[in-house]
Design a protein around this ligand. Structure first.
Ligand code: FE2
Length: 240
């Protein structure tokens, strides 16, 4: 089995297009998408149309929840902007997404942790420009009783592949559309392949026209996203 895993597109259509072009060369049987599909200033509606057209296995992230219902605590300006670009069909698609999903009987999908779409799993959340892998007990504890060989998560925008002592693998593919503390504007995703010896992780980095993305963001009233889109060195405080 060989699948592509994408997460945190955040409405960045140029980044998503570049990643999907790369995936088209990879010979995968499916695309799995871990949420935060639209909340961003580049082209939320265009990005969502591309995602809907993929017929991928998709779940919702915290920002998708916040875009569907702007009255929920946590929802902010970027979610309101994304929602303002979406039509009723797109909103209904977002609203129908599950919080978690399974792909076959080996792969589990969640956004944050299996229990919560706002809790980061493989990184403590940002302290300025720093992120840190939590301890083994804490990471293992969050798996609960889930009996899957491969557990996929997003949310932190930091690519990681963690093998637990019992052999289970937890993988965050990084973000397609919003780079934080990566030192690169390139879009991130993962290819996961099940071979005889177990699951292999390939964490990939794809260049795209990030200057165009920053221009679109500025044109939509979010010039503060430029540092993240064109450099990828900054932490989330730069987006405010
Ligand atoms: Fe996100």
């Amino acid at each position: 089995m060989r699948v592509a895993v994408i997460s945190d597109v955040h409405g960045n259509l140029p980044a998503l297009d570049a990643v999907l072009d790369d995936i088209a060369r990879q010979g995968v049987e499916a695309v799995l998408c871990l949420g935060d599909h639209v909340s961003g200033p580049v082209d939320p509606s265009g990005a969502l149309d591309r995602l809907i057209g993929l017929s991928a296995t998709c779940i919702a992230g915290n920002h998708d929840r916040w875009t569907v219902d702007l009255s929920v605590k946590g929802s902010g300006k970027i979610d309101a902007f994304a929602r303002s670009t979406l039509n009723e069909t797109q909103l209904a698609w977002l609203a129908a997404l599950p919080a978690t999903a399974a792909y076959g009987d080996e792969v589990f999908l969640c956004h944050g942790t299996p229990a919560d779409d706002e809790t980061p799993w493989l990184d403590e959340f940002y302290n300025g420009r720093s992120t840190t892998l939590p301890g083994e007990a804490e990471v293992t504890e969050a798996t609960g009783s889930l009996d899957y060989e491969l557990l996929l998560c997003g949310h932190t925008h930091v690519p990681r592949s963690v093998r637990l002592a019992d052999g289970r693998l937890i993988v965050n593919p990084g973000a397609v559309g919003m780079q934080l503390v990566q030192g690169s504007p390139d879009a991130r995703y993962a290819i996961m392949e099940r071979r005889a010896g177990g699951w292999h992780t390939m964490l990939l980095s794809v260049p795209y026209d990030h200057e165009e993305a920053a221009r679109l963001a500025a044109g939509n009233g979010f010039p503060q996203w430029a540092a993240s889109l064109t450099g990828g060195w900054v932490g989330p405080e730069s987006l405010r």
